[in-house]
Ligand binder design. Structure first.
Ligand code: NAD
Length: 370
């Protein structure tokens, strides 16, 4: 298979972890006889510094011609500390989602048994958790009218949804539910918000086309509590942009660390794959970032955009085997992890590649870069 993949490292640890995700993709291509052509683009703070624009036109043109995108993260302390700066890294990400019509963000939250002890939640509550989130990406307070009035003393962000935006992601979630436990939890705040009442009404309507899937509704406040109290009670979760943002970060604790969670953003064109974490200024440049979320994002890319199920499973199995061997980056280490089992970012990438070689049982022709 011949495919063009754009790599967008972005800022901070985005650069460090994406290098490992790319290496795994290259290794898979070499092992399974595919040809992946990689091109790199600018986004975020890096792009602002070089071009004055968080998503330069050249990057957008590159993305539109590609078959899939592997993205790192954007962000820089300069903007976090000064909210008045007009040109901001996250504008690049929001523009990219909008321009590429990426309306559905899929976030699988699967706990590897080996990491049961790494979470701050009790193992008996966590064991067996396996949730697939569908977070809507192009509506809500992120894109509604926003501004200030009364000399800057009043601020507003309009929470807005259109019926078609809810319908299209609901269909994706119901279709996925059919391949899993046939159960969906839709999360909203319909007791207070009109946009949530439209959300609930629309999801109920769409559900009529999927009579084999059980639909339940929960309010965001209750869902946030139940996610920690009983994560196994969820299978597919469907929710809006803001609630999804918060719930999926909360759910990262089920998986042990932000550094473990991958996501896919899909719509009707090219798919975007990225870790759920940000640019993590606190650990940037130290070489200790966990690259597994980026590597698992690469696995999602292989599966969803290219339909390469065997290759994707090979990557996931290699991650699992690496963890079974007791190897950890610092964020997922626990009190029992001995210091010789703690790896840095590129060492972790190396181990996954070594396991791919074993799991896939393939001979690698070229491109071995350990
Ligand atoms: P963050 O996700 O960057 O970090 C949160 C915490 O998790 C930090 O302590 C960090 O060290 C840790 N962490 C995250 N990823 C890790 C990894 N791979 N390995 C080990 N530890 C990891 O969130 P934040 O600190 O709130 O934000 C930092 C910057 O990232 C901000 O500028 C923010 O705007 C940006 N951000 C970007 C995105 C994105 O690009 N999609 C998402 C969230 C935050």
């Amino acid at each position: 298979m011949k495919k063009k993949i754009v790599i967008l490292p972005g800022d901070g640890i985005g650069k460090e972890v994406t290098a490992e995700g790319k290496r795994v993709l290259q290794y898979i291509a070499d092992s399974f006889g595919h040809e992946f052509e990689f091109e790199e683009g600018l986004i975020g703070h890096d792009a602002i510094e070089k071009t004055g624009n968080a998503l330069p036109d050249e990057t957008l043109a590159l993305l539109k011609k590609s078959d899939a995108i592997l993205f790192g993260a954007v962000g820089h302390p300069k903007y976090d500390n000064d909210p008045t700066l007009k040109v901001r890294p996250e504008q690049g990400l929001l523009k990219m989602r909008k321009e590429l019509g990426l309306y559905a963000n899929l976030r699988p939250i699967k706990l590897f048994d080996e990491l049961l002890e790494a979470s701050s939640i009790k193992p008996e509550i966590l064991k067996g958790s396996d949730i697939l989130f569908f977070r809507e990406l192009t509506g809500d307070v992120y894109f509604g009218e926003k501004g200030r009035k009364d000399d800057g003393n009043t601020a507003y962000d309009l929470m807005i949804y259109q019926r078609y935006e809810i319908e299209r992601i609901a269909h994706k979630a119901f279709q996925a539910a059919r391949t899993r436990k046939k159960k969906i939890t839709s999360v909203d705040k319909a007791n207070v918000l009109e946009s949530s009442r439209l959300w609930r009404e629309t999801v109920n309507e769409v559900s009529k086309q999927y009579p084999d899937v059980t639909l339940e509704h929960q309010f965001i406040d209750a869902a946030a509590m139940k996610l920690i109290q009983n994560p196994r009670s969820f299978d597919v979760v469907l929710t809006g942009n803001l609630f999804g943002d918060i719930l999926t970060d909360e759910a990262s604790q089920i998986a042990g660390s932000m550094g473990m969670l991958a996501s896919a953003s899909v719509g009707d064109t090219v798919g975007l794959y990225e870790p759920i974490h940000g640019s993590a200024h606190d650990i940037t440049g130290k070489g200790i970032a966990n690259p597994l979320a980026s590597i698992l994002s690469a696995a999602l890319l292989l599966d969803i955009s290219f339909g390469l199920k065997e290759e994707s499973e090979t990557v996931i199995n290699a991650v699992e085997a690496t963890l079974k061997n007791g190897l950890r980056t610092i964020d997922i280490a626990d009190a029992k992890t001995s210091s010789d089992k703690i790896l840095n970012t590129s060492q972790m990438g190396n181990q996954v590649i070594l396991e791919i070689e074993k799991v896939g049982n393939r001979q690698v022709a070229v491109g071995r870069d350990l």
